[in-house]
Design a protein around this ligand. Structure first.
Ligand code: ADP
Ligand code: MG
Length: 321
């Protein structure tokens, strides 16, 4: 299938199905046009997923599409931006309609779920790779940043952690137990916490989305804010499914495993932490201190743990990315 045919048959319909005010011109010209309303800012982020690195080889195409758009949109959620539009650079080994049809369906469903419009992109031949660039809007000066955490703030997370990491152990399994199917679902169809991010804007002091693991991502907040923290490991929220599979050991995975796409945020120490935000549970897992570094406690006692998290270049000295 030729490039223009792939675009016209499979991608144009995804773009046309979802129009957003603010998008002046979508796919079909040399550029898309976006209008940013007076007093608003554009939040922009790009994420790349490579077959065999960010998703398994021969992974179902609708899941490829969902995960790529969810991961990219999660960065908008972390800043408190409202999703507006995305572009897609798609590199395909071959233009196979049997692959493209479910891919376009998955992309369309994800775009609908996250209320974000496909406005353009690029299509090339090569090893299966997707780059998704997302654009969102927010009132000028209101973005949730990594740098705002202050000593005394509570450290909170949305939802539960570790399911997506646990799912990696089950991806090859022919007959996963029911609890494993639940954690696999979290891996296949992550949900960016968009509404929670919008609510936290102007309230949380700092935020980040959990894509590389709690220790690594919280570490970014601590570095950017020039503070330290204490984490109480027994407070890290785990799903029923993960508890069933791993018991309390599930925490170990939750600390270093990525792909959960929950939000981690800091909250003014003198305010009560909300129990849930936009229907998602919130858990206080620690607090910010002036002394740099991350200290892990278990039932109040200091615990030694080697911080990690998934680092693409760390995992492969050649730097495959
Ligand atoms: P140009 O040569 O001007 O860069 P292209 O021929 O690559 O334009 O693309 C034609 C139109 O189709 C453009 O509007 C472009 O944004 C859109 N497009 C191409 N590939 C994709 C894709 N993978 N997803 C969405 N839109 C795409
Ligand atoms: Mg052009």
């Amino acid at each position: 299938m030729r490039e223009f045919e792939i675009i016209a048959r499979f991608l144009m319909p995804v773009g046309e199905r979802r129009r957003r005010p603010g998008v002046i011109l979508g796919m079909g010209d040399d550029c898309a046009l976006i209008r940013v309303p007076e007093g608003q800012e554009l939040a922009v982020s790009i994420d790349t997923m490579v077959e065999g690195n960010h998703f398994p080889v021969a992974y179902p195409p609708d899941r490829v599409a969902w995960r790529a758009l969810a991961a990219a949109t999660s960065d908008l959620a972390a800043m408190g931006a409202e999703p507006l539009a995305f572009t897609l650079a798609l590199t395909l080994p071959h233009g196979d309609p049997a692959w493209l049809r479910p891919f376009a369906d998955g992309l369309s469903r994800a775009a609908g779920a996250f209320d974000i419009a496909l406005i353009g992109g690029d299509t090339t031949r090569g090893p299966l790779t997707l780059s998704v660039q997302v654009h969102g809007t927010l009132p000028a000066g209101s973005a949730l940043r990594r740098s705002g955490a202050r000593p005394g703030d509570s450290i909170c997370v949305t939802g539960t952690l570790g399911d997506a990491g646990e799912a990696l152990h089950w991806l090859e399994s022919a007959n996963p137990v029911p609890a494993a199917r639940q954690v696999l679902d979290r891996y296949h169809y992550p949900i960016p916490r968009i509404a929670a991010g919008l609510w936290l804007r102007g309230r949380a002091t700092a935020a980040i989305d959990l894509s590389d693991g709690l220790l690594a991502d919280l570490g970014h907040i601590l570095d950017a804010s020039r503070v330290g923290a204490v984490l109480e490991l027994t407070q890290v929220p785990l799903s029923e499914a993960l508890r069933e599979l791993r018991g309390e050991q599930g925490v170990e995975g939750a600390l270093v495993a990525g792909d959960d796409y929950e939000l981690c945020f800091t909250w003014p120490g003198d305010l009560k932490v909300p129990e849930d935000i936009a229907g998602v549970t919130v858990t206080r897992i620690g607090w910010i201190e002036k002394t740099p570094g991350l200290r892990l406690y278990r039932n109040g006692a200091l615990e030694a743990f080697k911080p990690g998290g998934y680092d693409h270049f760390g995992a492969d000295p050649e730097g495959a990315e």
